[in-house]
Design a protein around this ligand. Structure first.
Ligand code: GDP
Ligand code: ZN
Length: 351
């Protein structure tokens, strides 16, 4: 039997299979140490399950993922935390004030979304708190210029909710962003009571309600809220891959002297020249540098559930590195051997 994981709470999860909800545990061989992930399954996963009793089942297998949103596990640089899988789009929510708007976290979410095959959208909430229109229009322009749709909302004043609803209609969407920006309020504003619905109880009579959950929208589509994600660090990203997410940097890069130029300390860098000549906004370059410098590269072994994102899907205006350029970068960074080993290593698959 196949189903979709709709909620997770500690070792238990809820799976919807043909309209019937099951409280499940995952088979021991799917535990974290085998998959390299912090949890054996994620919300959104398509799974194969075997019923073990009324409303109870065990997860035998996780099917390959179409998309995913991952972060580095807090506290363990070698572990991936898959937040949600198989949804269509990522709505990055931020607020004008309380908490203040910071571009860095929006950038990181957008990059993670793209690399997991999701279409990012930016939502600037709490418009009602702005003292000046520029407080939301400036960041909106920043992301529109990069080719993203931007929604301006106020869950409190009820502004922009029709556009917000249209963006979600008929799609599956994960809402991400700092805690307190208004993700829950936005969801409740478009469908009151949605977040209050509880799942079935497990054998001990406990409800499975908290945490990341997949919610069905009455007007069509699904939404996933991500409460409790306090930090968001990129996972499985190389420094050489970051530039492709900043269209103006990516355009200048072929003119750098070194083919593997990271536009940081390298000599004769067209990107740095672009900043000096004001062809490239200094703010975009600073955002790039912040991400490239803080990135921890984690060479890893491919898995059966891995998402394959075709290069042309990475941004409307962006192109992925060509295979040749990628090989060259790998050679220069000394990561090539790791990559080849990884390709050969068989998946530690189900017995
Ligand atoms: P979440 O952590 O992202 O889910 O944020 P919540 O939805 O829990 O909202 C955090 C706080 O911000 C709550 O006190 C909300 O009432 C408030 N809030 C949410 N949206 C708005 C808004 O548009 N304007 C204002 N002024 N406050 C809001
Ligand atoms: Zn350069």
């Amino acid at each position: 039997m196949e189903g979709t994981v709709t909620r997770i709470r500690s070792v238990l999860c809820e799976v919807d299979a043909g309209g019937q909800a099951y409280v499940c545990k995952a088979r021991r061989r799917l535990v974290a140490s085998e998959t390299g992930e912090s949890k054996p399954v994620a919300v959104g996963d398509r799974v194969v399950l075997t019923p073990t009793g009324p409303g109870e089942a065990v997860i035998e297998e996780v099917l390959p993922r179409r998309t995913k949103l991952s972060r580095r596990s807090p506290g363990d640089v070698r572990t991936e935390h898959v937040i949600v899988t198989n949804v269509d789009q990522l709505l990055v929510v931020c607020s004008v004030r309380r908490p203040p708007l910071t571009l860095g976290i929006i950038d990181r979410y957008i990059i993670a979304g793209h690399s997991g095959g999701l279409d990012p959208i930016v939502c600037i909430n709490k418009m009602d708190l702005a003292k000046d229109r520029a407080e939301y229009l400036d960041p909106a322009r920043t992301y529109e210029e990069m080719g993203y749709s931007v929604l301006l909302t106020s869950a409190r004043a009820g502004t922009g909710l029709e556009s917000f609803k249209s963006a979600l209609r008929g799609k599956s969407t994960v809402l991400a962003g700092h805690s307190g920006v208004g993700k829950s309020s936005l969801i409740n504003a478009i469908q009151p009571g949605l977040k209050l619905k509880t799942g079935p109880v497990n054998a001990k009579g406990r409800h499975i309600t908290a945490g990341v959950s997949l919610l069905r929208l009455d007007f069509g589509g699904y939404v996933v809220d991500t409460p409790g994600i306090r930090e968001f660090t990129l996972w499985d990203m190389k420094k050489s891959e970051v530039a492709q997410f900043f269209p103006q940097i990516w355009e200048l890069a072929p003119r750098c002297r070194l083919p593997a130029c990271l536009h940081l300390e390298e000599p004769d860098c067209a990107v740095k020249r672009g900043v000096e000549s004001r062809e490239l906004p200094a703010s975009q370059y600073e955002r790039y540098v912040r991400i490239a410098e803080t990135l921890v590269e984690n060479p890893r072994v491919p898995r059966a559930t891995d998402v394959e994102v075709p290069a042309e899907q990475i941004g409307r205006k962006k192109r992925a590195l060509s295979r040749r350029k990628m090989k060259q970068v790998l050679r220069e960074t000394g990561l090539e051997e790791v990559a080849e080993e990884a390709e050969e290593e068989p998946e530690p698959g189900p017995a």
